[in-house]
Design a protein around this ligand. Structure first.
Ligand code: TNX
Length: 537
């Protein structure tokens, strides 16, 4: 196996040599590029190291992409790169060089087993771009860097055809945290498959790798469970404000999982329990433990619902749900919620969490729960998502659990930017774009060291937003900063530098038609009337 791969790589290198020897041929024009500076390209997240060599790689109609077809997942990453280039420039860049005579330059994707999983090196020189990566995921992250280096406009004066000159040099890069995520609450308001795909596109562009979906809550149950059909028939029928709600069929959920996987993003499904369970209890009243007759709920209060934690049938139900969702979720995690169970007695809560955790393990998943779950006894494979209570987060560390950082005061995407914000809440804080960026998980809770931090996640609760434009108002541009916190070491991060790189994302955000909030703290370089959410005063 290894030998055949080696042989393949040798042949491959030989093929490349043949191609490049043609570059010496007089028929291939030698283009003189103006001097470039790779270090000045406004990349987000900022890479670990950038060395500029002042030349350029001319991306044009004579470029091809090569990937070792024998390497798992690399051919798919190469195909994604070709699609991205097409989308951005209109160029059709062929894969694995059909018509070699026409090919002057090559992008080569290569696996380098010694490298960490998502690490990559990107060498850009006159006639080659070489990506070395620890895995297909690393190559995919490199591809995002490549996309960000492609200039917005082509240079049409260098040759009789358009050329997009990529500044040359070497980038060496790797993520700080293994988990760089966001959460969408599709329960309070439902968001379509198309909306979630658009969100995944942007997450991928900024190298995020986990999307947590809040699939259930008091106001709605959003994932089809074949063994309990009323969950979606009844529980999925409304949302906050009384709108029509909705849910993902299992096919649609799988479509999202696959779409995410193609972008090397893991979906983490959350079934929030024992509180936040009104929609489930309306569908199947035997689940209910608060002594009242459950009814569909379209308000925004929390803490009034609970499962009956002392009934075996409740756990049989939970096992069916965990089994069906786990079977569709290739990622390592299952989120059990566990937050704000104010109607569950403390002893019942602990009993419940300790009974549900083994069910999740039985289906091969690691438990994640909001920080309250650390008040129960869990093993070190479980993860506590720190959102409010430092004491709970510390309890988790004392049990050997890893902590996922989502402190509401810094990382909640549903917090308003300021008192004039149209959407969002402010129970935890107002979070302007610079505040969202200027903090670091490692120094946030003194008792929690780097070794206990799994990563960062920015949750977007949806009580106040009911369509994609409103979602984008809260998520962008703050999500981009959370992506950088997750990827880039704190010593390389600084708001004054970041705000300029953020402003330079405007062409991408505009191309993607993202209705971001045009914070005045970011030098967008455009009149207000050309930015989203502009209204005539
Ligand atoms: C708290 S954060 C909640 C959610 C709300 C959110 C609104 C957490 C684990 N629970 O139920 O949607 O505040 O900001």
């Amino acid at each position: 196996m290894r030998l055949s791969r080696l042989l393949f790589q040798c042949l491959f290198c030989f093929a490349l040599l043949v191609i490049f020897s043609q570059c010496a041929d007089n028929s291939v024009p030698q283009i003189q590029f103006p001097k470039t500076d790779l270090a000045a390209v406004p990349l987000i997240p900022k890479p670990a190291s950038v060395i500029a060599t002042e030349n350029a790689f001319g991306l044009d109609q004579h470029t091809a992409i090569y990937s070792g077809a024998g390497d798992a997942g690399l051919a798919e990453v190469a195909a994604m790169l070709s699609d991205y280039i097409k989308e951005q420039t209109g160029l059709e860049v062929p894969l694995n060089g059909a018509n070699t005579a026409e090919i002057h330059r090559a992008v080569y994707l290569n696996l380098s087993e010694a490298m960490a999983e998502e690490a990559y090196e990107l060498y850009i020189s006159r006639d080659t771009v070489l990506v070395n990566a620890g895995s297909a995921a690393g190559a995919f992250r490199a591809v995002q860097t490549f996309r960000q280096i492609i200039p917005e406009a082509s240079n049409d004066t260098l040759a009789p055809y358009p050329i997009w000159p990529l500044p040359s040099g070497k980038i060496t890069d790797a993520p700080r945290y293994a988990y760089r995520g966001s959460m969408l609450d599709v329960a309070r308001h439902f968001f379509s498959v198309e909306d979630v795909k658009k969100y995944l596109d942007v997450m991928a562009y900024y190298k995020m790798n986990v999307l947590h979906l809040g699939l259930t809550n008091d106001q709605g149950w959003r994932i089809e469970i074949k063994s309990w059909p009323k969950l979606t028939e009844v529980g999925g029928s409304t949302e906050v404000g009384g709108g029509p709600g909705g849910f993902y069929t299992q096919e649609e959920y799988q479509e999202l999982v696959a779409y995410a996987a193609a972008r090397h993003i893991t979906i983490v499904p959350e079934v929030d329990m024992p509180g936040h369970t009104n929609a489930a209890s309306v569908s199947y009243p035997f689940l209910n433990g608060n002594g009242k007759t459950p009814q569909l709920y379209t308000g925004t209060a929390v803490g009034f619902s609970t499962f009956d934690t002392r009934k075996d049938t409740v756990y049989a139900f939970i096992e069916d749900v965990v089994r069906e969702i786990s079977a569709m979720s290739p990622g390592p995690y299952f989120h059990i919620g566990g937050d704000e169970s104010h109607s569950t007695r403390k002893s019942d809560y602990v009993y419940f969490i300790e009974r549900v955790a083994p069910i999740v393990k039985k289906y091969g998943k690691r438990v994640i729960g909001w920080d309250e779950v650390a008040t129960a006894k869990l093993d070190s494979s479980a993860v506590a998502q720190f959102w409010a209570d430092e004491e709970n987060a510390t309890l988790a560390v004392n049990q050997g659990m890893q902590v996922l950082f989502s402190p509401a005061k810094k990382a909640y995407l549903d917090m308003q930017y300021d008192s004039l914000s149209v959407f969002g809440l402010h129970w935890a804080a107002y979070i302007p774009v610079d505040t969202a960026y200027s903090w670091d998980p490692e120094s946030y809770v003194p008792e929690i060291g780097q070794e206990n931090i799994l990563g960062i996640e920015a949750p977007l609760w949806s009580e106040t937003i009911s369509n994609i434009a409103e979602l984008e108002y809260l998520a962008f541009p703050r999500l981009i900063g959370y992506a950088e916190i997750g990827w880039t070491k704190p010593e390389l991060r600084e708001w004054e530098d970041y705000k300029n790189r953020l402003a330079a994302q405007l062409p991408y955000l505009t191309r993607k038609k993202i209705q971001f909030y045009p914070s005045e703290r970011v030098p967008w370089g455009k009149p207000d009337s050309e930015l989203p959410w502009y209204t005539e005063k």
